[in-house]
Design a binder for this molecule. Structure first.
Ligand SMILES: [Zn+2]
Length: 221
């Protein structure tokens, strides 16, 4: 099984990510964002996949499945946390558990893309309201789950019971339409934004991941 970082990079650069191309309100999702921008930050160590709960800051009663820490300043390490239950450790190495089912792996791919979508929002320094930021991440993750063969246990009866279920139904509809790139209908954005779970407002800090290159100055002698 791959290490956590290998799994993250393999997901971000996989050909299936080519299907993740849409506008969701003010949020934008596009394949090169994952393959080039975010995978590049992981390779350069600016984004660090980890199962260390210490990166989450405050002690929570329940650990999230995953979380991207947006607060660090550009040039500082941005932790990308994953719940330890899917991993084995050996010394300082973290490996994806060999016992995960195909469904659990598809789910984990979805978590990677959810957090990478937040990373892309931070990378772009695009100010988004938390619900739109989450809605775009839920939808990209739901598309990823289907693309990797995720199966639900029976039909989704009430699609509006949660952000998770609505994003799965919406993702399936949009994938079935087969359009290379699309605008998510405003009605769907409105509904999904009303169902998603958001973190504290202050955790959505779109201040960038990389230090912006200085403008080249021409010194005249
Ligand atoms: Zn999120």
């Amino acid at each position: 099984m791959p290490t956590l970082t290998e799994f993250v990079l393999e997901t971000l650069t996989h050909p299936l990510v080519g299907r993740l191309s849409f506008r969701y309100g003010a949020a934008r999702v596009y394949p090169e964002g994952y393959r080039t921008h975010i995978a590049g930050c992981v390779r350069d160590g600016l984004i660090r996949p980890t199962i260390d709960t210490g990166v989450l800051g405050t002690t929570r009663s329940e650990l999230p499945a995953a979380a991207f820490v947006m607060e660090p300043r550009p040039g500082e390490v941005h932790p990308m946390f994953f719940h330890p239950h899917s991993f084995d450790t050996s010394g300082t190495n973290v490996f994806v558990k060999t016992t995960l089912s195909a469904n659990e792996l598809a789910d984990l791919r979805g978590e990677v893309i959810h957090e990478a979508t937040h990373a892309l929002q931070d990378w772009e320094r695009r100010q988004l309201d938390p619900r739109t930021a989450e809605g775009a991440a839920y939808l990209a993750a739901a598309m990823t789950r289907w693309l990797w063969g995720f199966r639900t246990f029976g039909e989704i009866v009430n699609e509006r019971c949660s952000g998770h279920s609505y994003s799965l139904v919406l993702a399936r509809r949009l994938l079935a339409a087969g359009t290379a790139t699309f605008d998510v209908p405003a009605d769907d954005v409105h509904i999904l934004n009303g169902l998603v779970t958001t973190g504290a407002e202050g955790r959505y800090l779109y201040n960038g991941i990389r230090v912006q290159p200085r403008r080249v100055r021409h010194h005249l002698r």
